[in-house]
Write a protein that binds this ligand. Structure first.
Ligand code: TPP
Ligand code: MG
Length: 369
């Protein structure tokens, strides 16, 4: 039987949304929220704040004041759009580059610094009771997100669970299991795949032969779409639509956000060993902050003086957070045993006792030094 003789029984399309091009020019009508200067400024400020935080966090790590750190440089628009589109009572399940969303949701910069400084208290957010901590194990939070969304549905709550993962994470079984549940149970859930082209040293091209990552949704029976993740207006727009659809009973969506990882994978990595700087330079032209600044300059009288003031404010805010972090007395090392079990198994209890003893002998050691 030839293909011509076979009957086509299903067809699928993947759509891509971009509203501002890389020159910061409108490529189509903008959604209503984008007519508000205040809203655009909030989005811009969040991205600049996050980038300011990011460069300071790297400096803290480089000077031995923090354990390790995963940068969100160049990817700020993705998490900014996510955080802005969510309601406070929704639940975010982030990975380790969604600072911009976390800040908007009430997580303090000093808490993120504490976490990367090895202090688990940094994940017990003082002003964010709903969200899950940063998930470093790849894709394990997708089924967890389905569980949370299922509970919301069962309780008839008008809430949405949003999980964010990377391009590499879409190769994990947990991802497929999670989106399958989302589809089968029509859960109030949005899955965002941040396609930053790299999974440590593995490029997106060799990660999967699939043409897009958004199309992975099709097998789960849920809509999948792609968005320019360096266009914060498009990102916010696509996320709002997906979240509000889920909230009103319309089921889950998978959003593939196209961006680029501009920094090393983490501060423990050296990307110059596996990628050419010229590729990184090409992606600088797509920078999300530059793009919105160009739009604001052309349409809302944004100028150098306003830009400088914003930078000064962001630097001051980050400095305050850094001081709060550095002034926090470190937790004793044996507390690393404290957050997994309610009752510690005997084998671990003896290790805990040993670490505690060593700590007392050393006295004065801490994670900031
Ligand atoms: C289950 C699991 N396997 C392996 C790792 C090691 N690891 C950490 S990050 C990473 C790559 C993730 O790439 P991607 O999903 O694209 O996210 P990105 O870091 O690019 O944001 C891997 C394999 C891990 N953290 N968890
Ligand atoms: Mg990646």
């Amino acid at each position: 039987m030839t293909n011509e003789e076979k009957k086509c029984i299903a067809q699928f399309e993947i759509h891509h949304t971009q509203l501002l091009n890389q020159a910061g020019e409108r490529v189509g009508p903008l959604p209503d929220f984008a007519t508000s200067y205040e809203t655009l400024l909030t989005l811009y400020r969040t991205m600049v704040q996050t980038r300011t935080f990011d460069s300071k966090a790297i400096a803290l790590q480089r000077t031995g004041k923090m354990g390790t750190y995963s940068s969100s440089l160049g990817q700020e628009a993705v998490a900014t759009g996510i955080g802005h589109a969510m309601h406070f009572e929704d639940v975010l399940l982030p990975t380790y580059r969604e600072y911009a969303a976390q800040f908007q949701r009430g997580v303090a910069m000093s808490e993120i610094l504490r976490y990367w400084g090895g202090d688990e208290r940094g994940m017990a957010y003082a002003n964010q009771p709903h969200d899950m901590p940063i998930t470093v194990p790849i894709a394990t939070h997708v089924p967890q997100c389905a569980g949370i969304a299922y509970a919301m549905k069962l309780r008839k709550e008008a809430r949405v669970a949003v999980c964010v993962l990377g391009d590499g994470a879409t190769s994990k079984g947990d991802f497929y299991e999670g989106i399958n549940l989302a589809g089968a149970w029509q859960l109030p859930m949005v899955v965002v795949v941040t396609n930053n082209h790299w999974a440590i040293s593995v490029p997106r091209k060799v990660q999967t032969h699939a043409q897009t990552l958004a199309q992975k949704a099709i097998a789960a029976g849920i809509p999948g779409e792609q968005v320019d993740g360096n266009d914060v207006i498009a990102m916010r727009h696509v996320m709002s639509n997906a979240i509000e659809k889920a909230r009103s009973g319309g089921g889950p969506t998978l959003v593939e956000a196209m961006t680029y990882r501009m920094h090393d994978h983490t501060t423990a990595d050296d990307a110059s060993r596996y990628r050419n700087q010229s590729i990184v330079d090409e992606h600088k032209l797509l920078d999300p902050i530059d793009r919105l600044r160009k739009y604001l300059t052309a349409n809302h009288d944004w100028d150098d003086a306003k830009e400088q003031r914003l930078h000064d404010e962001c630097i001051a805010e980050v400095e305050t957070a850094v001081n709060r972090y550095l002034d926090t007395p470190p937790v004793p090392p044996e507390t690393m045993f404290d957050h997994l079990y309610e009752t510690l198994p005997d084998a671990l209890q003896s290790q805990r006792d040993e670490v505690e003893l060593l700590g007392k002998q050393k006295k004065g050691g801490g994670q900031h030094g």
